[in-house]
Design a protein around this ligand. Structure first.
Ligand SMILES: [Ca+2]
Length: 212
């Protein structure tokens, strides 16, 4: 009887071990969740970074980090931001309900990641792969300031290759996704937001989830 109990316990621990190992290998990176508590730039151990591209050619070789960072309070608003005051490219994560009023109006919920291209630059969200394997990407991008301008264009790039792209008319949004994207620890995924021809009213929001 004791032997049977011992075998059963051994089997149970073995199953638990399998389960834990499987869980430990399953990872996800959720843009808003991962950046909402960032307090320094670059953030230690974060795969996310915020960039711009003023070259006119959509290629990672031309991307540069947004130079200004402020946690918790940016331009008088309860947000953490990455931006370039010169180009006006920016990425912001909001902590409280936010309503823009000025040239039209739009509202954002707490936890929203909002971004805007620069006057002559694309704004880029980079995810640098911490793993070797395959990843899946699911996201939604919404153009939220529908009062003026000509909407935005976007692309999802793996290193220097565009794997999806599109345009959003004013006030419109779309889902983007990719599955089984092979990555190494030198790979990066980039979400690129482009102003189209006109820079006005291009505030957009993004949700982005990467899983292995
Ligand atoms: Ca535009």
């Amino acid at each position: 009887m004791k032997k049977i109990k011992a075998v059963l316990l051994l089997s149970l621990f073995s199953l638990m071990g399998t389960s834990l190992n499987t869980w430990a290998d399953a990872m996800s990176w959720n843009l808003a969740r991962d950046v909402v508590f960032i307090k320094s730039n670059p953030a230690p151990n974060s795969p996310w970074a915020f960039m711009q591209n003023a070259s006119g050619t959509n290629n990672p070789e031309n991307y540069t980090l947004l130079p200004f960072f402020k946690a918790d309070d940016c331009n008088g608003n309860p947000v953490t931001c990455w931006q370039d005051p010169a180009s006006r490219a920016h990425v912001s994560v909001h902590f409280k309900p936010y309503t823009f009023t000025g040239n039209g109006t739009f509202s954002l919920t707490p936890g929203s990641v909002a971004f805007h291209p620069g006057e002559n630059s694309q704004t880029i969200i980079r995810w640098s792969s911490p793993i070797v394997g395959e990843v899946n990407v699911l996201g939604r991008v919404n153009h939220v300031h529908d009062t003026c301008g000509d909407g935005v264009a976007w692309s999802l790039n793996v290193d220097g290759t565009v794997i999806q792209s599109g345009s959003l008319a004013r006030g419109k949004g779309t889902v983007f996704s990719a599955t089984k994207v092979p990555v190494t620890k030198s790979s990066a995924l980039y979400f690129v937001l482009d102003k189209n021809a006109n820079f006005s009213c291009d505030t957009s929001t993004i949700d982005m989830l990467i899983t292995n």
